[in-house]
Design a protein around this ligand. Structure first.
Ligand code: SME
Length: 199
């Protein structure tokens, strides 16, 4: 290399510039990858936590049109930030809910419309907060450790295409603040992929 550089001044300068440019591109790419994979976990009020988390969830979706990938990352982000017992999605397939991406212990794979908290939220097309799952008629107990639950329907073109289900091992874990921000999160999700998605 030094021989070429000594003999050919212009070539030498070009090679050096190319080397510098490659270094910068490499640095930028590694920075962007780090950004995409790193979640900033904060402490604070529920509102502060959601307000920190939502822009990060939006950033995770940027440039990623695959719904399953985005559902998986939302489950992971919510689980990592809040430490809830179970966080995941059920997707409507052939008139029943089928288990989708989730974080937590293994769970029931299929739920009929109108059954359990998930099937009821789907049927009513509205969010359900259950302070004590044992008091919810027809609750489907995937785990006896689950004590309270919130289920948020996921809409696309006015139809429920799935639900976000969150379980806590504490009674009365979820409130109107969770409803507001989790509905915001699933509304963002419904925009991805904007066109021609899998669902
Ligand atoms: N408890 C839910 C079933 C799903 S699991 O909690 C993951 C229900 O009653 O629909």
């Amino acid at each position: 290399m030094s021989g070429i550089c000594n003999d050919e001044g212009i070539l030498c300068a070009l090679v050096e510039r190319l080397g510098n440019l490659c270094g910068k591109i490499k640095f930028l790419l590694s920075y962007l990858c780090q950004m995409a994979e790193h979640l900033s976990i904060i402490t604070g009020s529920k509102t502060e936590i959601y307000q920190s988390l939502i822009p990060q969830i939006k950033a995770l979706f940027e440039g990623e049109p695959d719904l399953i990938a985005n559902l998986a990352n939302v489950s992971a982000a919510l689980k990592e930030q809040f430490g809830w017992f179970w966080v995941g999605f059920y997707l409507v397939k052939d008139d029943e809910l089928v288990l989708g991406p989730f974080q937590g212990p293994v769970a029931c794979t299929r739920i009929k419309k109108g059954r359990g908290v998930c099937g009821t939220a789907w049927q009513n097309a509205e969010t359900l907060i259950v302070d004590d799952v044992e008091k919810f008629p027809g609750h489907i107990a995937c785990s006896s450790l689950s004590k309270s639950e919130i289920v948020i329907p996921l809409f696309k073109n006015g139809e429920v295409i799935g639900v976000l289900d969150v379980d806590s091992n504490k009674l009365g874990q979820f409130d109107e603040t969770d409803k507001k921000y989790l509905e915001e999160i699933v509304a963002i999700l419904a925009l991805f992929p904007p066109v021609g998605g899998e669902l």
